[in-house]
Design a protein around this ligand. Structure first.
Ligand SMILES: [Zn+2]
Ligand SMILES: [Zn+2]
Length: 117
């Protein structure tokens, strides 16, 4: 029966990539593992992650893009103005710089009200 090296003696932990022990502070936390620390030391974890990113560049970029898309997703355009008029083609005034739109009906109402005064 071979004696397995003690992977984690409470102060140091064995990193198979280093083939040596390192202080526990040199390992990332990983609650999925028996000692709640990653199998490899931080240095090697980073190396593996980088390597994975290189090996899977397309997949990595795709997930990054997807994440970016999700966090920067524009709110769906409202179909009605604040007062319930539908933004139809005829009823929508788009600012000349294209950065906003107004409800023509509301503008007309506003002008009418202003005219009465
Ligand atoms: Zn290591
Ligand atoms: Zn309106």
């Amino acid at each position: 029966m071979t004696v397995r090296p003690k992977l984690n003696d409470g102060t140091n932990k064995y990193c198979p990539e280093c083939d040596n022990t390192k202080p526990l502070s040199e390992f990332y936390k990983d609650n999925a593992r028996w000692d709640k620390l990653t199998r490899l030391c931080k240095e090697h974890m980073n190396q593996k992650t980088r390597q994975w990113q290189i090996d899977n560049r397309d997949e990595y970029n795709a997930t990054q893009r997807e994440r970016y898309r999700r966090t920067h997703q524009r709110k769906p355009k409202a179909t009605h103005c604040g007062r319930g008029h539908e933004f139809t083609e005829e009823n929508t005034y788009i600012r000349p710089d294209g950065r906003g739109r107004k409800c023509r009906q509301c503008s007309a109402d506003y002008e009418k009200k202003k005219g009465k005064k």
